[in-house]
Design a protein around this ligand. Structure first.
Ligand SMILES: Nc1ncnc2c1ncn2[C@@H]1O[C@H](COP(=O)(O)OP(=O)(O)OP(=O)(O)O)[C@@H](O)[C@H]1O
Ligand SMILES: [Mg+2]
Length: 1053
């Protein structure tokens, strides 16, 4: 299939430039014919697109084709309207040059279709974005609306544009369409009231009747049959095969909605259409004195209702004409014919103004929303084609004049100026002859001499001026003009073909005979004041907009229709020359709208008058592209290292360097005075492709640079922020440090003051210091605490802590002792308790106490031998009585009489103190603690113990006098056993008395400071007790442990 397409594409030549015999018109036509036979409707002449109407739908406009032609250089693919549009779009986007696409050709050649394809391609290839879709939709939907109201079936084209249209599609700098603007030119409004045989009024009338629902029709007082209405049936072809008016009506209504024309405005439109349809059926009769009267007045009432204006006013306006002559106002009734004309003038005027209103509304809707800064436009010109009808009138003259102007522009831009340019630029050039239609344009538009001027003058002549006088004047003034032919001037042969009221113009596209009837009236385009007033009083919102009271007060006569058209054409030419043009030259292959029929004569005629052969010759010999050196250099300088970025020398030499670098062939280009000329599009496109590639590279570089700048900017911003943060942090830290130092200074100062006043009572000045001292002291103390009771060390305490220090020291000692004590065995514990008891009882009371401290208390002082007897003779017995021996020691007992010393053992049980015979351990005394009233000892070193026994004791005969070497130990055991410390009494006197039962008390003398301690009987019969003073010195060095116990016990208490 693709292969087929490829082969087919190669039918003939795709570009006429490639024709072997490019001067042969026959070859040209043959090529067109060959290609159109294969349905290849497009062919190029260089960059001009020639399109032959296929009169049938071809599958070459689908999305696949859009994709295929998008962004592809046009010489790379078969010719196509898409290729041309794509090139224009790329130039618009890439080089920011405003574009226009000029579509020309005669009626039915396919201009409107081509313009729709251009729009279709623009819509399909621009970005798919929700915001753009509405714009695109509106651009596309403006067409059905305008076609319904501005197109009609003619004998040449079933959908002939009866108005000229120039549409600007606006783009922003990114190439997105942002809106549009339509300029309409001269609507053929005569069609509203008259249609030639085989033709129709504007589509919308038939669409309304066919498509409106019954309700709407009823509202509009209309019937569905168009043949009931004069204005719609004159052509006799109100129904067309192949056109579905009802369906079209639906499409139009949809399109109106898209263009933001809502129900209300649509209804106003339909009302006006109905008014016009009814006006056509309004009949006038010639009454009294030739005055017109309305034959069907009910219809006026309907029309007035539809218009929303007073019926009587409308009736009056339809039948009378008010003429203002200086200060006088004259109302003159109209005759029948005049009334018919006035009615038609009203219909035409209403339709024309409604059409203008519609264009205004479309423009409002198409207006770009945002104020686009750099707006680019692509203009599409689809204007009525050259027309030759059986009978040609004022409208045809205007239409053909328009085509003359456009042809002139085409000649100007493609043939004349191009050749002039070659000459100016000093390019070797053989001039190509062509027909310059300036002479025809002048014939029509020249000031004072041209047809329009003559016509305007005639319109201004008061009184008798009419179409005939106008024709006469033309015949008189223009008879010598080679392009003007009149009945009067013509030879007999010509006379036969031109009627008396006709004149003929030899247009560039052919001879057209115009019938002068109606020219002045159409040019004057007058609507009587009365009718205007009636319309101003209408409540229809469109007529309210379009007929304004100010119009009535305007004194200045409005420009004639032809003058207005001339001015608007001049403006159009200005618009077009300011843009880069692309051309589509449409050709119709036959007059009968039949597919596959190629009538050579018809095509040849068009090829001729369109100047395509000349176009080809110039193209073939000439150069497809030219660019001023500066522009060319600016665009492409990046392609050559020597010209990038700053070319050396002048622009021309730099361009030469550039093209050398690009390896242009010698024949591919020419260097003019100010421009470079490039022969084939291919060469430029290759350069352009290279540029696009390079542009991407450069864009990447710029992007990279830009990204770099952005990143650097970001980095600098971050850095600045970091520095700011750092500064803040530093400030914060410094402030904190300062505060710290300040408070440190305050603390130190307070410390120093505290130190100076450390010995003063605690107050606000030294409170902290002392606290600190205490704290330090406690910390130091915690580290230096003695670990054992024996360790006497104790850290120094500051003066302020002395009290606490002492308490702590004691507490610590107590704690250590407590700990020590907790760790003691019960026997050892008892030992300590005994020692403590001994101290409590004897310290400071008995001098021999000191010597006892360092010795262990034991529970038996008997020798091993003594113990044997003691156990067997005494302990066994005592045990049998339930007593346990707690302590035993040898003592000396002195008789109460004579003080004879006897060896005894002292034994202690819980119950009593026993004195035993030292030999056999017989019990000599058993003293329960009740039996003992006290035990007296001296406070000296001696070992005397006097056990006081009550005098009335039967068993014992007085106090017991004992000497015991273990006095302290023995007595401590006794005190411990009887739990009565007070049992021991100390005597400091030098003598003491002891009781003897029933006898005289004995005396014991006590001597202190003797040589040896001892008890003897004195010569005076007294017992002599001597206590030695030095005895302590001779004590062995104190057993450390005992000493410790002593200390510990003290601490513990
Ligand atoms: N490319 C095409 N493909 C198919 N049919 C086409 C094409 N171009 C034109 N036609 C047919 O030819 C008819 C007339 O075309 P178009 O309306 O574009 O003519 P025109 O040049 O605008 O005429 P006018 O000057 O009267 O408005 C179209 O209605 C359509 O049927
Ligand atoms: Mg058209």
């Amino acid at each position: 299939m693709e292969q087929d397409l490829h082969v087919r594409d190669r039918v003939g030549v795709q570009d006429f430039v490639l024709l072997e015999n490019h001067t042969s018109e026959a070859d040209f036509i043959e090529n067109l014919q060959k290609r159109s036979k294969e349905e290849l409707i497009y062919t190029y002449i260089g960059s001009v697109l020639v399109s032959v109407n296929p009169y049938k739908n071809l599958p070459i406009y689908g999305p696949d084709y859009v994709e295929k032609y998008r962004n592809v250089n046009f010489y790379e693919l078969p010719p196509h309207v898409f290729a041309l549009t794509d090139t224009a779009l790329r130039s618009l986007r890439g080089e920011l040059i405003n574009q226009c696409i000029l579509i020309s050709g005669e009626s039915g050649a396919g201009k409107t279709e081509a313009s729709k394809k251009v729009l279709q391609f623009i819509a399909a290839t621009t970005r798919k974005k929700a915001s753009l879709e509405t714009v695109k939709d509106k651009l596309l939907q403006s067409n059905p609306v305008l076609e319904a109201f501005g197109n009609a079936k003619t004998n040449r084209n079933d959908n002939s544009s009866r108005f000229g249209k120039y549409m600007d599609v606006e783009f922003d700098f990114t190439g997105d369409p942002t809106g549009g603007h339509i300029i309409n030119y001269l609507l053929e409004k005569s069609r509203v009231v008259f249609q030639a045989k085989g033709e129709r009024n504007f589509h919308i009338f038939y669409q309304l009747l066919a498509g409106a629902d019954d309700d709407l029709l009823e509202k509009l007082f209309l019937k569905r049959d168009p043949d009931l209405y004069v204005y719609l049936k004159q052509g006799g072809s109100s129904r067309l095969s192949g056109i579905d008016d009802a369906q079209s009506f639906k499409i139009v209504r949809e399109a109106l909605y898209v263009m933001e024309i809502g129900d209300e405005e649509q209804e106003a439109l339909f009302h006006l259409l109905a008014v016009i349809i009814h006006l056509g059926n309004l009949e006038f009769a010639s009454g009294e004195g030739g005055r017109a009267s309305i034959s069907n007045p009910a219809l006026v009432s309907t029309i007035a209702k539809l218009l929303g204006c007073p019926e009587d006013k409308l009736v009056k306006a339809l039948l009378n004409r008010t003429i203002e002559a200086r200060d006088d106002v004259v109302v003159s009734p109209m005759g029948r014919d005049e009334a018919v004309k006035a009615r038609d003038a009203l219909s035409k005027s209403v339709y024309e103004r409604m059409f203008n209103w519609l264009v205004q509304r479309l423009n409002r809707s198409l207006q770009s929303d945002a104020e686009v800064k750099k707006k680019m436009v692509l203009g599409i010109l689809d204007i009525y084609g050259f027309e030759i009808f059986q009978s040609n009138s004022f409208e045809q003259l205007c239409i053909n004049y328009c085509n003359e102007k456009l042809q002139q522009l085409f000649i100007e831009l493609t043939l004349k100026s191009e050749q002039d340019e070659y000459r100016r630029e000093g390019i070797a050039w053989e001039p190509v002859a062509y027909f310059d239609n300036k002479i025809i344009c002048d014939l029509i538009e020249e000031k004072h001499k041209g047809i329009i001027s003559i016509m305007d003058e005639e319109c201004l002549v008061p009184g008798e001026a009419n179409d005939k006088t106008f024709l006469n004047k033309m015949n008189k003034l223009l008879s010598e003009h080679p392009h003007y032919v009149s009945h009067a001037k013509g030879d007999t042969k010509t006379k036969k073909t031109i009627e008396r009221e006709e004149f003929r113009l030899v247009h560039y596209a052919g001879e057209v005979t115009y019938n002068v009837n109606g020219f002045l009236e159409k040019n004057n385009d007058l609507l009587y004041r009365d009718l205007k007033e009636a319309m101003i009083s209408s409540s229809n919102r469109i007529t309210k907009d379009m007929f304004t009271a100010s119009e009535l007060s305007r004194k200045k006569r409005p420009d004639t229709a032809a003058s207005q058209f001339k001015t608007s054409l001049a403006q159009l030419v200005d618009i077009l020359v300011s843009k880069e043009p692309s051309y589509i030259r449409c050709i119709k292959p036959n007059d009968v709208q039949k597919p596959g029929l190629f009538e050579t004569a018809i095509v040849t005629h068009q090829v001729k008058y369109l100047g395509l052969m000349e176009n080809l010759r110039v193209r073939r010999a000439g150069f497809a592209y030219r660019r001023p050196y500066e522009g060319f250099l600016n665009r492409y300088k990046s392609l050559c290292p020597e010209t990038w970025p700053h070319p050396k020398g002048d622009a021309k030499s730099a361009v030469q360097t550039l093209v050398n670098h690009l390896k242009y062939g010698a024949d591919d280009y020419r260097m003019g005075l100010t421009k470079i000329f490039i022969r084939l599009p291919k060469t430029l496109f290759e350069t352009e492709d290279a540029f696009q590639k390079r542009k991407n590279e450069l864009a990447s570089k710029i992007q990279a640079k830009y990204k770099g700048i952005l990143q650097r900017r970001k980095y600098l911003a971050i850095r600045a922020r970091i520095i700011a943060v750092q500064a803040l942090v530093r400030r914060f830290l410094a402030k904190r440090e300062a505060t710290k130092r300040r408070s440190a200074v305050a603390v130190i100062r307070q410390f120093i003051i505290g130190f100076m006043k450390r010995n003063e009572p605690m107050g606000s000045d030294n409170e902290k210091f002392l606290g600190f001292v205490r704290h330090q002291y406690l910390l130091r103390l915690a580290k230096q605490l003695p670990q054992s009771v024996m360790d006497k060390s104790w850290p120094d305490a500051p003066a302020s802590c002395q009290e606490a220090n002492n308490i702590l020291r004691a507490m610590h000692m107590q704690w250590m002792v407590g700990r020590y004590c907790k760790g003691l065995s019960p026997s050892r514990r008892h030992q300590f308790e005994m020692k403590v008891l001994a101290e409590a009882v004897f310290k400071n009371n008995k001098k021999s106490y000191g010597a006892s401290v360092t010795k262990w208390f034991v529970d038996c002082r008997l020798s091993t031998d003594q113990q044997g007897v003691f156990r067997s003779n005494f302990e066994v017995n005592v045990k049998s009585q339930g007593e346990t021996i707690l302590y035993s020691a040898p003592v000396t007992k002195f008789d109460r009489h004579g003080y004879k010393a006897r060896d005894r053992f002292l034994a202690l049980t819980k119950a009593a103190v026993y004195l035993l015979d030292a030999k056999d351990c017989k019990v000599k005394h058993r003293l329960t603690f009740n039996d003992i009233t006290g035990i007296t000892v001296t406070n000296s070193q001696d070992n005397l113990i006097v056990v006081r026994i009550p005098e009335d004791d039967k068993k014992d005969k007085g106090d017991l006098i004992l000497e015991c070497n273990y006095l302290i130990e023995t007595l401590t055991w006794i005190v411990d056993t009887c739990k009565n410390r007070d049992i021991i009494r100390f005597e400091s006197a030098t003598s003491l008395t002891h009781h003897i039962a029933k006898g005289k008390p004995g005396t014991i003398e006590i001597t202190r400071g003797g040589e040896i301690t001892g008890i003897t009987k004195g010569k005076n019969g007294h017992l002599m007790v001597v206590s030695c003073q030095q005895l302590q010195k001779r004590l062995p060095s104190p057993n450390k442990q005992i000493f410790f116990f002593h200390f510990a016990l003290k601490a513990a208490t």
